[in-house]
Design a protein around this ligand. Structure first.
Ligand SMILES: Cc1cc2nc3c(=O)[nH]c(=O)nc-3n(C[C@H](O)[C@H](O)[C@H](O)COP(=O)(O)OP(=O)(O)OC[C@H]3O[C@@H](n4cnc5c(N)ncnc54)[C@H](O)[C@@H]3O)c2cc1C
Length: 420
């Protein structure tokens, strides 16, 4: 029983660990499990997850995962219950990695180091005698009579195996090694791959003002994404965002991007609430306090009165968009001007011009069609002894540790099934 796993990322390593543990319990050591990884080291993408801290899963109730998985949540039922978030935490705890839970139930290693997760996996691979072939690229699958019989390497070498597991990741952050090879392997063998698009990705914005705001980070911002053709709210959230030279990014923007489907991006705008903690009425009272006859600002010019309301970078933009004469004295600002300034603050609009590319996307949306895959084993229904795990599958989720959980769970299902 030789098992070849293509890709030494999150899914490939977990798959090897689970298969090797089962193999050690039930078979003789003459069998081999091999990870073939084209990079010079394992887990290059895992290293950069969670800004180098690795948000490895989420501590929410497992039922909540199905709401956070945006594509094909039902497909995950069997594998997610077969290897849950608690199982992931226990797995790493048993390898000496202590974990902690942060805001939004996000689980991180206590050390805040993704390298601790990678090192733990590497230790387990070594302990269970998994072979790791680095700097080795798989070029094609070898398929005969409807069965996968091994892989062909880029240097022309053939590697025969009883089972072959594709854990090549998606198309995002290609510098980490995920260049979409698994999609090609599937297509070459008649397995359907759905349309691919970047998800959890920054957004390009039409208005030039984002250039003036570049580098500005805003916390506790309310965000609504609306399809302007029918005014439908596509997404609503609050949290942190940032302006860049091309548009906007940050946690709420990445999450929101997954709500914008295909072509609908043409008519979409962002509605920011810059004072999310205040109701319209409370904001108006605040503005009266800032500008009114009783205020310290009453004799100041409008342009010099806003430093208590906004960060300095935002002030010139707000003045420009307000339409209020910058030199007007605060106590001369009319009720109407104050009201429209309030509206600008509570409904600051930006027009979406498009998504950024795969190289800035956290995950790939789309992938190997799940109706071609057995959900409890991850085996292809068309080609026996061939499995697909992790991001290469047409499954993706919101931020918060859910995408890595998809990788761990699908990998564990295949790892177990491959040793049968
Ligand atoms: C910046 C960033 C931050 C992220 N943060 C988080 C987070 O905190 N929490 C979370 O849940 N998710 C996070 N994600 C998503 C998460 O990283 C992925 O969902 C996960 O890594 C997918 O695992 P995978 O094993 O399927 O693919 P990958 O981790 O991409 O691994 C695929 C591996 O296959 C190898 N490979 C590809 N083709 C071949 C070939 N032909 N031959 C040999 N080897 C090959 C690649 O080199 C690579 O090492 C983040 C993603 C990014 C880009």
């Amino acid at each position: 029983m030789d098992i070849v796993i293509i890709g030494g990322g999150a899914a490939g390593m977990m798959c090897a660990c689970i298969a090797a543990r089962k193999l050690n319990k039930s078979h003789s050591r003459s069998h081999r499990i091999i990870i073939i990884e084209k990079n010079e080291k394992l887990g290059k993408k895992l290293f950069i997850t969670g800004k180098g801290r690795c948000n490895l899963t989420n501590a929410a109730d497992i039922e909540d995962f199905f709401r956070q998985i945006k594509r094909n949540p039902k497909f995950m039922y069997s594998s997610l219950y077969g290897f849950t978030n608690d199982d992931v935490i226990s797995f790493f705890n048993s390898l000496g990695v202590r974990t902690k839970v942060e805001r939004g139930n996000r689980v991180f290693p206590e050390s805040d180091k993704s390298s601790d997760i990678i090192d733990a996996l590497k230790r387990d691979l070594k302990k269970n005698q998994v072979e790791v072939w680095l700097n080795t690229e798989v070029r094609h699958l070898m398929v005969s009579d409807g069965k996968c019989i091994g892989v062909l390497l880029s240097d022309g070498e053939q590697v025969f195996s009883d089972k072959c597991i594709v854990a090549t990741g998606g198309l995002s952050y290609q510098s980490t090694g995920s260049t979409g090879d698994g999609y090609r392997f599937a297509r070459e063998n008649g397995i359907k791959v759905t349309d691919l698009s970047p998800s959890l990705v920054p957004l390009n914005i039409k208005e030039d003002l984002t250039k003036k705001l570049m580098g500005l980070s805003l916390k506790n911002i309310g965000l609504k994404i609306k399809d302007e053709s029918d005014k439908k709210v596509l997404y609503e959230d609050f949290g942190e965002m940032m302006f860049t030279h091309f548009g906007v990014t940050g946690p709420i923007i990445l999450s929101a991007s997954s709500a914008i489907k295909g072509d609908s991006i043409k008519n979409v705008s962002l509605h920011l609430d810059l004072k999310n903690a205040l109701s319209e009425k409370q904001l108006d009272l605040r503005l009266i306090r800032e500008f009114g006859g009783e205020s310290l600002n009453k004799n100041k010019e409008f342009k010099n009165s806003l430093d208590q309301l906004f960060p300095s970078k935002l002030i010139p933009v707000m003045i420009e968009l307000s339409g209020i004469d910058p030199k007007k004295r605060c106590n001369e600002i009319t009720k109407g001007e104050r009201a429209s300034f309030g509206t600008l603050i509570k409904d600051f609009r930006l027009t979406v011009a498009g998504r950024r590319g795969f190289d800035e996307a956290v995950v790939t949306s789309g992938g190997v069609a799940v109706n071609e895959i057995d959900p409890s084993t991850m085996e292809s229904k068309k080609i026996r002894n061939l499995y697909f795990v992790g991001e290469v599958l047409d499954i993706d989720a919101m931020t918060g540790g859910f995408n890595l959980q998809i990788a761990w769970s699908t990998a564990a299902a295949a790892g177990r099934a491959a040793i049968s």
